[in-house]
Design a binder for this molecule. Structure first.
Ligand SMILES: Nc1ncnc2c1ncn2[C@@H]1O[C@H](COP(=O)(O)OP(=O)(O)O)[C@@H](O)[C@H]1O
Ligand SMILES: [Mg+2]
Length: 216
């Protein structure tokens, strides 16, 4: 992904004025910055969920992207069950693989008959992850994916993603998630962006700073 001279404003509030940033194969970028710094905006631009006012966002021809938006769970249809949601997304997949998929994400037996409107935040997040990871993309764009997960599910996701061989761009306020999964750091500051060629752990060692807004 290559962003060149990207400008983005919301009304009179300017978020990016000439952003240049590139994500190469196998890089795993964590994006850090205070609340309102423009992290979600960057991920939306990369995912194509938002257009730059000026400049270009170019995607390599082989990129297949999965995007977990910060409010991804709101897209689930309340009246559909867990199983119907998976079936709707993958109509060509058989019952057995979809049941296995649901099982991997913690929906056992009758739980797949639950309607989305009764699911807890963690269950919704698990369902959205299952939708995203069934047919794995080679670029994952994840905006605070662990916010609603219990510790066991969060650890499961970290384990799964540490075996994932694709490219990642993500926002997280979870120290373990940041340390386990990043090999690049992008810092958004009022003065502009800073990039670090190592992962989060090296960033902390080098700068003596932790990410703003850490929750654990
Ligand atoms: N659709 C929108 N309309 C107006 N302002 C927005 C919109 N989306 C984000 N903003 C504002 O832009 C700034 C950056 O937002 P965002 O990218 O969500 O930041 P972050 O994810 O780093 O907290 C914030 O001040 C936010 O209120
Ligand atoms: Mg955000």
């Amino acid at each position: 992904m290559t962003l060149k001279n990207v400008h983005k404003s919301y009304g009179s509030r300017s978020i990016y004025e000439g952003l240049d940033f590139q994500v190469r194969r196998r890089e795993r970028w964590c994006v850090m910055g205070i609340n309102g710094a423009g992290k979600s905006t960057l991920l939306k631009l990369v995912a194509g969920a938002s257009e730059p006012d000026n400049g270009t966002v170019a995607r390599g021809p082989s990129v297949r992207m999965g995007y977990f938006a910060q409010h991804a769970m709101e897209v689930l249809e309340g009246e559909r069950t867990v199983f119907q949601t998976l079936e709707g997304a993958f109509p060509q997949a058989g019952q057995a693989p979809l049941r296995a998929l649901a099982g991997c994400f913690g929906f056992s037996g009758d739980e797949i008959e639950k309607k989305c409107r009764v699911l807890s935040g963690g269950e919704k997040a698990r369902l959205v992850m299952a939708l995203m990871l069934f047919d794995p993309p080679n670029l994952l764009v994840l905006d605070e994916p662990t916010n609603h997960l219990d510790i066991a599910t969060k650890e499961m996701l970290i384990t799964a993603l540490s075996q994932y061989e694709g490219t990642m761009l993500f926002v997280s306020h979870d120290r373990h998630f940041l340390a386990a999964l990043s090999n690049r750091v992008l810092e958004l500051t009022p003065e502009g962006i800073h990039t670090y060629g190592g992962g989060y752990t090296e960033y902390v060692e080098r700068t003596g700073r932790e990410a703003p807004g850490l929750r654990s």
